[in-house]
Every structure is written in structure tokens, then in C-alpha cells.
Design a protein around this ligand. Structure first.
Ligand code: ZN
Length: 270
């Protein structure tokens, strides 16, 4: 509710600034300079617009941002092959205030083509960040994997698997940790080895479905919005009960980033 209000408010501010600016421009700028401004490179253009008082949302972070709306009929056939190795071991659960996060023990991995990534953590968004054909789902889980790199100054390379949930049957994977989520923000609960496993989530679906993903190149959906993420959104829509989704939503609130423009990026699918 609060967010909607803020949005409306910022919309109003943009409109007001836009209107005020337009009358200034009519007085002081000729049509030909306007055209020149529009033809300038995007960064110059952004700077000019900023000086003129226009707000340009989104462009500060580049052209490969996430999440996106995935149009299922327009994808191109992709050749990527990913294999999940379910030696995953969740050893901690954190209430970070803005999200609920499960941390993996070291040693679990995922392989994309020939590149190995290490399981780091998975966390939840309510509602979903990615949309399929314009549809928002009540929950999305991100399984975050990081490419090992000795060079600490190099940009971290991520592979994130997005899993969408619709309301339905109780989900065993979620049931196994739901009561262990710390009630207070920034608290962590240590989990007994083997009690929470991704294998419980993916194990229930067939191998064929398990390999069906939408893939595109994008960014982290939280600051610093780094554009080094290989996104894989599972085509299979998982189920969780209304109570499970509500419990997670009550802890983290509405924490989905807005959908970002594609800017010509291709979505591939297996
Ligand atoms: Zn996320």
C-alpha cells in the first residue's frame, strides 16, 4: 500500500517537473537544439535531460537489468546445458529483514556447459520479480551461485536460478525450514545437516521438466545491480500453500524489484 502511494507520488513529481520544464524550454530553446540533444549519445542525452530537470529512471544501471517480463512465445531455442548436483547442504537460515535466506555449506555446485559455479544461498521474493507473459506469481525463490575466482578485484560472475511458486499444495522443502526462520531481524538459526535439501524441491519433478529453463543475461535485482548474472528461470511452476507464502511475506514484506526493459536482449529456452 505504502509502495503504491510512493509510486503515485513520484509519478506526480515527474509530471510536475515535466510540465514546469516544458514551458521553460519553449521560451529558451529552439527546435533545432532539441533535435540535436535527442541525437546525442545516450550518456550525454541522460546528462542533458538531467540538467533540464527530467528524471530518467533505470538508465543509471545500464541496459542488462533484471527482472524482466518473459514472453514465453518469443524465445529462441538455446543450447546451454546445466546440471544441478544435489549434494546441497543448507546449514543456516537467516532473517535479513528484506528477505529470508538459506545458506549452503561449502562444496555444493552447479555446472553450466563446462563452467562450475558454487552454491551460495537461496532467498525469497514476495511477490515474484520475474513475470511470465505479464503474470506475477505470489513468490519467487532465487538460488544464487558464484563462479570461483582467485582475483578478488574481478567482477563477480553469477548464475541465478529463479523458481516461481503459485498457490497450491504445501511444499515439503519450505515446510522443512519454515518454523526455523528466526523471528527477529538479522538473526540466524543453524540447521541440522540434511534437514533442508533442494533435492526435495527438484526431486519431485521429472528430469525433462527439470531441464526446462528460460535463459537470459541480466543483473542482480538488489544493489549494486551488477550486470553479470546468467539467469535461468525454471519453466515449471512450483506450488506452495497460501499459509507458507503468507508466512514468508509477513517477514520480508513486498520485496520485488520492478520489471526492467529488455533493450534487445534475447531470451533462450531449452
Ligand atoms: Zn533475489
Amino acid at each position: 500500500m505504502k509502495q503504491t502511494f510512493k509510486l503515485i507520488l513520484s509519478g506526480l513529481i515527474i509530471l510536475l517537473i515535466g510540465c514546469g520544464q516544458q514551458s521553460n524550454q519553449e521560451n529558451s530553446t529552439t527546435d533545432s537544439t532539441k533535435v540535436e540533444n535527442e541525437a546525442a549519445t545516450s550518456s550525454t542525452d541522460t546528462e542533458v535531460k538531467r540538467q533540464e530537470g527530467y528524471i530518467m529512471p533505470g538508465l543509471d544501471h545500464g541496459f542488462e537489468q533484471s527482472p524482466i517480463n518473459i514472453i514465453s512465445s518469443t524465445h529462441e531455442s538455446g543450447k546451454h546445458h546445466i546440471t544441478l548436483y544435489f549434494k546441497d547442504e543448507v546449514n543456516k537460515i537467516e532473517n535479513l529483514g528484506h528477505t529470508v535466506q538459506l545458506d549452503f555449506a561449502e562444496g555444493s555446485s552447479i555446472i553450466q556447459d563446462d563452467t562450475s559455479f558454487a552454491f551460495k544461498q537461496c532467498h525469497f521474493h514476495t511477490p515474484s520479480e520475474h513475470l511470465i507473459d505479464g503474470i506475477t506469481f505470489p513468490m519467487e525463490m532465487h538460488i544464487v551461485n558464484l563462479m570461483p575466482n582467485e582475483d578478488k578485484n574481478a567482477t563477480p560472475q553469477y548464475l541465478v536460478i529463479g523458481v516461481l511458486f503459485k498457490e497450491g499444495k504445501e511444499n515439503k522443502f519450505i515446510a522443512d525450514f519454515l518454523n526455523a526462520i528466526p523471528k527477529k531481524e538479522n538473526e540466524t538459526t543453524t540447521l541440522k545437516a540434511g534437514t533442508v535439501k533442494l533435492a526435495d524441491l527438484f526431486g519431485a519433478i521429472s528430469t525433462k521438466i527439470k531441464r526446462d529453463y528460460y535463459h537470459y543475461k541480466g543483473s542482480l535485482t538488489t544493489p549494486p545491480y551488477t550486470e553479470s548474472v546468467r539467469w535461468y528461470i525454471a519453466k515449471h511452476i512450483f506450488e506452495a500453500s497460501a499459509e507458507q507464502i503468507e508466512t514468508i511475506n509477513k517477514i520480508e514484506g513486498n520485496n520485488a524489484r520492478h520489471v526492467q526493459a529488455l533493450y534487445g536482449r534475447k531470451i533462450t529456452a531449452k
